[in-house]
Design a protein around this ligand. Structure first.
Ligand SMILES: Cc1cc2nc3c(=O)[nH]c(=O)nc-3n(C[C@H](O)[C@H](O)[C@H](O)COP(=O)(O)OP(=O)(O)OC[C@H]3O[C@@H](n4cnc5c(N)ncnc54)[C@H](O)[C@@H]3O)c2cc1C
Length: 371
């Protein structure tokens, strides 16, 4: 079986894999980046993401007169995180993130040439328990696609770019273990059926979440509504989660999914797979009213899930709400430009041709880079 090796093997060329690859090249390591998608979908889910990031104590917050500190942010986080005594690592991550996100996300992305919108949104304030007590949701200029494009470019022009090798259309099926450690992975080049092995001094699994696999979602969400829409992609199926677990890795907290209630079927789904529902079109997802309780266990707070919107004829209401929420974004961004043709979500609504995300971000306004 053909085999190739590098210092670092990364499975998954989503934004996590791309950023990891960039760090490795910076440190002079050779990298193999393997993905099941073809090269047109490099970047994974981030290609369609809004690009909002909760960041703490940034220069932009200061400029807008928002006082935010790691202590305030940690207190907010602990208010809705529902950590138990066993959650030592999640707690440590929260502590680390609130301390570091200003410098290691905001400043770092700006150093990479990315810019943020000159406003900070105040989302997830918490409907049922207190959430964010100050605005800290920073919007990346160019949305998630801008982020992906930038990192593809950074890798392409990196001084160590010769050390990077992409492998597309390869479905990784298993990890290879030797002497009690992970030594690589094996998979199949799907268009040809050829099996391949990849070896790495270090192997990083960056294959995303489980939400492209609605059966798996239901396993971890016992009270899931009958009707679920898939806003992810079919390759995000959690297979590597199972593989990692089988090889002794620890996988936890799969029940803590982030699901949106305001979804309606997409009139032009990106994926046509018998295993998934049509893509969903998300509306209203910048709502300040979203609370941390929008989670699988939210039923106990009395929150009703997508049925609200999808089966009770409230699609028009959701679309109008989204439009109203976005009306204040006057910086030339047209995230949503569609009309509800029907009050019932089962009938299609008209959408911008590429869905709900602007593919080509408009040119940056003069003040977008001044934070
Ligand atoms: C509409 C939308 C809006 C969003 N908005 C935001 C936002 O504003 N802010 C925010 O922080 N997040 C947002 N998100 C979430 C965010 O986009 C994701 O959390 C993030 O992009 C996940 O990145 P990832 O690299 O971990 O995984 P993914 O993007 O899922 O990438 C995983 C990659 O692994 C590959 N892969 C999977 N299995 C295999 C296999 N067996 N073999 C080979 N390759 C495999 C896949 O093909 C994929 O390319 C949004 C998501 C959506 C859908």
């Amino acid at each position: 079986m053909p085999s190739q090796s590098s210092d670092v093997l990364i499975i998954g060329a989503g934004i996590a894999g791309l950023v990891a690859a960039h760090e490795c090249l910076d440190n002079g390591r050779s990298v193999t980046l393997v993905d099941r998608h073809d090269e047109n979908r490099v970047g994974g889910l981030a290609r369609t993401a809004f690009g909002g990031m909760a960041l703490v104590g940034t220069a932009l917050q200061k400029r807008l007169g928002i006082r935010d500190t790691p202590e305030i942010a940690l207190s907010d986080w602990l208010s809705f995180a529902e950590f138990t005594d066993e959650d030592e690592w999640p707690r440590r991550w929260a502590e680390y993130y609130v301390e570091q996100s200003g410098e290691r996300v905001f400043d770092w992305l700006r150093d990479k040439g990315l810019r943020f919108m000159p406003a900070v949104n105040w989302v997830e304030r918490g409907d049922f328990v207190p959430g964010n007590s100050v605005p800290r949701y920073h919007l990346l200029w160019g949305t998630g696609l801008g982020l992906v494009d930038r990192f593809i470019g950074l890798l392409a022009e990196h001084k160590n770019r010769d050390k990077l090798r992409y492998v597309f259309n390869c479905r990784v099926d298993d990890l290879i273990t030797e002497d009690g450690r992970v030594a690589g992975c094996r998979g199949e080049i799907e268009p040809t059926g050829e099996t391949r092995e990849f070896r790495g001094g270090v192997t990083i699994v960056a294959t995303g979440g489980i939400n492209g696999n609605l059966d798996k979602v239901r396993v971890h969400w016992s009270e899931a509504p009958e009707e679920l829409l898939n806003g992810s992609h079919p390759y995000c199926n959690g297979h590597l989660h199972d593989v990692v677990e089988r090889h002794g890795g620890v996988v936890t907290h799969l029940e803590n999914m982030w699901n949106y209630a305001a979804g309606i079927p997409h009139p032009q789904p990106h994926f046509d797979s018998p295993r998934t529902e049509p893509d969903s079109l998300q509306v209203g997802f910048v709502a300040g009213s979203y609370g941390p309780a929008h989670r699988p266990d939210a039923a106990r707070y009395g929150v009703r899930y997508p049925r609200d919107v999808q089966t009770t004829g409230r699609a028009r209401e959701a679309v109008e709400l989204a439009a109203a929420q976005l009306a204040h974004c006057r910086q030339g961004i047209r995230y949503l430009r569609f009309r509800a043709q029907s009050a019932h979500s089962r009938q299609p609504i008209a959408a911008v041709p590429q869905g709900n995300v602007v593919r080509q971000p408009p040119s940056r306004p003069a003040d977008a880079g001044r934070e």
